[in-house]
Write a protein that binds this ligand. Structure first.
Ligand code: PLP
Length: 398
């Protein structure tokens, strides 16, 4: 029988125990990989009853699969939502969200600093379907209301933002959205539900790139949409199933395995990140550091109020701008020069020439993505090794 976990269990315990099969087959402890595209019906009547929804049961993996469902249940529990939908990638979760909740002539308000491809979808692809968007600095709540229009259906935010680490007040943004009959969606990739649960703070939808902290090992892609409202779930599920950006069972199994150590990884990585942020703040080759855990972060108090920890992402400026950044990236030996984030290994990248290069320079700079900005995803290595690597690489900047 399915073990229903008490919702009062801590998130650390839920990460280990949530996401089990409805009906274990042999008492297995690890969820099996149901690597099947389709499911046999015991009778013609049962097949018809599954299609009509009168009887539960699996039909076809694009419409549902036990391994994928275990992962969905796990995310729903961790986010304190009622249901979740697994997608092929994080971008599949984001585009499914937009294509489900927006129609021709609808309007969307979003943060002016987002994961690059999300911004490109909003600015270049959605207009082809007759959807318009206004991007504003949502970390300043008073900028949101003037951007709303009578046809605004959705406010979409990332908090902290990628890569500038600005924080949006989730409760405040949800109140504004709801006053105007719109929904609030939050990309919670940077925090994971271990550190931040937007649905508890009034958001209607959460999206994730599971590729990052939730999986945590830089070896698989995946996405998730989590909601707390049944009607919303049905709309999203319909579009996801029809458009087909669903998850494969093997992918789901790998992510379920990664999630078992989410709390341990997050604790170690965020401890390293705060210590590195403090070290970098004192380094002569560093011009500024932005991490929510530093008292110098302009929204440090808001971060304390809405997050259960400050996370393991940070960005900083280096002396000599673009050239300084190039030297630093080429000189690190332990830290890997790569995009993506949230793995056990530390990754360093240069947003202006990599993840956010598709955004025009002037817009990028307005959003705070300066040429001198370097983004660091801090992993679980020993802190002194990370500090030594950054120190030797920074000292190569003349
Ligand atoms: N959202 C954020 C904040 C991201 O950083 C990323 C990827 O880096 C995505 C979404 C997209 O995720 P994926 O690469 O799994 O499609």
């Amino acid at each position: 029988m399915k073990r229903k976990l008490p919702p009062t269990l801590s998130k650390a315990t839920q990460a280990i125990h949530a996401g089990q099969l409805d009906r274990p087959v042999y008492g297995e402890v690890s969820v099996p990989i149901f690597q099947t595209s389709t499911f046999a019906f015991p009778s013609a009547e049962a097949g018809a009853a599954r299609f009509s929804g009168e009887e539960p049961g699996y039909i076809y993996t694009r419409m549902g699969n036990p391994t994928v469902h275990a992962l969905e249940e796990s995310l729903a529990a961790l986010e304190n939502g009622s249901a979740a939908l697994a997608t092929a990638t994080g971008m599949a979760a984001i585009t499914t969200l937009f294509l489900s909740l927006l129609s021709h002539q609808d309007h969307l308000v979003a943060s002016d600093c987002l994961y690059g491809p999300t911004e490109v979808v909003i600015e270049s692809e959605l207009p082809r379907f007759g959807m318009a968007a206004t991007l504003v600095d949502t970390s300043n709540l008073s900028a949101i209301e003037p951007a709303l229009r009578p046809n605004t259906r959705l406010i979409y935010i990332e908090t902290p933002t990628n890569p500038t680490m600005k924080i949006t007040d989730i409760r405040g943004a949800a109140a504004i959205a709801h006053r105007h009959g719109a929904l609030l969606a939050v990309d919670n990739t940077f925090c994971s539900p271990y550190l931040q649960r937007p649905l508890e703070q009034g958001a209607d939808v959460v999206v994730h790139s599971l590729t990052k902290y939730l999986n945590g090992h830089s070896d698989v892609l995946g996405g998730m949409i989590v909601v707390k409202n049944e009607e919303l779930y049905r709309r999203l599920k319909r579009v996801l199933t029809l458009f087909g950006a669903t998850m494969d069972p093997h992918q789901a199994w790998l992510i379920l395995r990664g999630m078992r150590t989410l709390p341990l990884r997050m604790e170690k990585a965020q401890e390293n990140a705060l210590k590195l942020a403090e070290f970098l703040s004192r380094h002569p080759k560093v011009t500024w550091v932005r991490h929510p855990g530093l008292p110098t972060h302009p929204q440090h108090d808001l971060a304390k109020a809405q997050m259960d920890g400050f996370g393991a992402m940070l960005c900083f400026g280096v002396q000599k701008g673009l050239e300084g950044g190039r030297i630093l990236l080429n000189q690190v030996r332990l830290i890997t020069m790569a995009v993506s984030l949230g793995g056990v290994e530390s990754l360093i990248e240069h947003p202006a020439s990599m993840t956010h290069a598709a955004i025009p320079r002037e817009k990028r700079e307005r959003a705070g993505i300066l040429d001198e900005l370097v983004r660091l995803s801090v992993g679980c290595e020993d802190f002194s090794d990370l500090r030594a690597d950054l120190d030797q690489a920074l000292n190569k900047i003349p």
